[in-house]
Design a protein around this ligand. Structure first.
Ligand SMILES: Cc1cc2nc3c(=O)[nH]c(=O)nc-3n(C[C@H](O)[C@H](O)[C@H](O)COP(=O)(O)OP(=O)(O)OC[C@H]3O[C@@H](n4cnc5c(N)ncnc54)[C@H](O)[C@@H]3O)c2cc1C
Length: 460
């Protein structure tokens, strides 16, 4: 079996194939084993955010606040980020593959016909399957002047060795919002531009609004509902014109408006597929009509997140090894997702609007994230909204969104409840520990009972 791309999706798949069979597995990697996530995305971005987030948390808590009166040590933050990405050296990733007996081939792979993969002039033949796990590149929108200004992508912003003096961030999705806040905290003067009418447009509207407040508090200037119409560079100065008429200038420009699959040079034409686009797959992660070809991770566009790619890797591996029932079903419709800003946004399933668009008779229970006994320990300024979206006909949760500081780890309970389609009356028996913010679940059940005029403790 041949896996193309040793990012998180490819690595997990290769490891699982080896741990569950004695077949030969080769993984081909043209850059760094560990992929975008380990070196230029998830890991460095969280390393840049976490110190200021920890400081903000301490400053909200009386007693700790007095001890946390100093400034962020920017040099130490960047040093720690460099440790997290192992100075862009992937040798620490290699034992994981070696221990599992996965053969690593360095080089750029191209598909060269059915079950054939060419690397460095040599053609490898897969007896069973070829799995494409090549990930995605940043998307640069067709803004006049953009190709000439040497704008930054996620790679430069996550590995920058110096704080950009003045930074414009194009794009208010998770990557744009996280990087705007991180670098503002680290001392940059940051302006963020989002074309749609709010940040995090795929999340509940209140999530984008509350993150916008958090960004403003960090000093980020926001231009929302307006697009870049032209950009140019004069020496060290970049000027960006907006269609609102405003003109912004900065020393650096980050483009974070989306991703494009790495399928341009992949040889897909040799098997009758078109290059350049996302590699379409069915719920078995197989390319339609080509039962030997699988695509997992960002390249299939089902969900551009590491944990979704790792989930697909497990499903695809099981399918390749003969489990005909292995099917991906929870990575497309609202997989769990976290934006690691302050406040954080952690969500799973559908928003209320998405549920209505699908014809679900859905209602929402909205709560204040901070309004539990456990929440009180997070201090002043730890506010946010939590929303539970219920399918009234089936009395099950179809979506949950938490906004507030450090809510990421609250999400898994919501993921379990939505994936398992647990009836609300069953949730009523899930005792929440006191005093923790998990009592939001108790408040949800009580609010739901009150609204329906029922109690939920009888029956199952
Ligand atoms: C700034 C930023 C922050 C993010 N933060 C998070 C986060 O906190 N949590 C989260 O879940 N997701 C996050 N993501 C998304 C996450 O990075 C991706 O979803 C994830 O990296 C996709 O994994 P992958 O294995 O599909 O691809 P990748 O990680 O891109 O790995 C693909 C690998 O394939 C290799 N490759 C490509 N073409 C070839 C070829 N022809 N031959 C050989 N090798 C090839 C590449 O070199 C690469 O190593 C973030 C993204 C960005 C940009």
């Amino acid at each position: 079996m041949i896996v193309i791309g040793a990012g998180p999706a490819g690595e997990v798949l290769a490891g699982r194939l080896r741990s569950r069979s004695d077949k030969r597995v080769a993984i081909v990697e043209r850059e760094l084993v560990g992929g975008e996530c380990a070196f230029y995305a998830c890991m460095p971005s969280k390393a840049l955010l976490r110190p200021a987030e920890a400081l903000a948390e301490a400053r909200r808590v009386p007693g700790a606040a007095e001890a946390a009166a100093g400034e962020l040590d920017v040099a130490a933050v960047l040093r720690r980020r460099n440790e997290v990405i192992h100075e862009l050296d992937d040798s620490r990733q290699l034992p994981w593959l070696r221990d599992r007996g996965v053969e690593l081939i360095r080089g750029a792979a191209r598909i060269a016909g059915e079950r054939r993969v060419e690397v460095g002039g040599e053609v490898l033949l897969a007896a069973d399957a070829v799995v494409v796990a090549v990930g995605s590149d940043p998307l640069f929108p067709p803004v006049p002047g953009l190709p000439e200004v040497h704008a930054w992508s996620n790679r430069e912003i996550t590995t920058a060795e110096r704080v950009p003096e003045r930074l414009i961030v194009l794009g208010g999705g998770p990557v744009g919002a996280e990087m705007a806040q991180a670098w503002a905290w680290l001392g940059s003067t940051v302006t963020l531009v989002e074309a749609l009418d709010r940040l995090l447009p795929r999340e509940e509207p209140f999530a984008g609004e509350q993150v916008a407040d958090g960004l403003r508090e960090a000093g980020v200037q926001l231009h929302v509902g307006t697009s870049a119409s032209e950009v140019r560079r004069d020496g060290d100065e970049i000027t960006l014109k907006l269609d609102s008429g405003a003109s912004l200038s900065a020393s650096h420009l980050l483009v974070a408006v989306g991703r494009r699959p790495r399928t341009d040079e992949l040889g897909l034409e040799s098997v009758g597929l078109e290059g350049g686009g996302y590699l379409e797959v069915d719920d078995h992660l197989q390319a339609p009509g080509l039962p030997w070809l699988y695509a997992i991770g960002d390249v299939n566009s089902r969900s551009l997140q590491t944990h979704a790619g790792k989930y697909q890797a497990r499903v695809a591996a099981d399918r390749i090894l003969g489990d005909g029932g292995a099917t991906a079903r929870s990575d497309r419709d609202g997989p769990p997702r976290v934006t690691f800003t302050d406040p954080q946004v952690a969500a799973v399933g559908l928003t209320l609007e998405q549920a209505h668009e699908r014809g679900i008779r859905a209602t929402a229970v909205d709560l204040d994230t901070e309004a539990t006994a456990g929440g009180s320990f997070y201090g002043r300024g730890a506010e946010g909204t939590t929303r539970f979206v219920v399918d009234e006909d089936r009395e099950v949760l179809v979506g949950v969104t938490f906004v507030g500081p450090d809510v990421a780890d609250l999400l898994q309970a919501a993921t379990v409840a939505t994936v398992a389609e647990l009836p609300v009356r069953r949730l009523a028996h899930a005792i929440a520990p006191f005093p923790t913010r998990s009592e939001l679940w108790l408040q949800f059940v009580e609010a739901y009972e009150a609204r329906r005029g029922v109690t939920m403790h009888s029956g199952n």
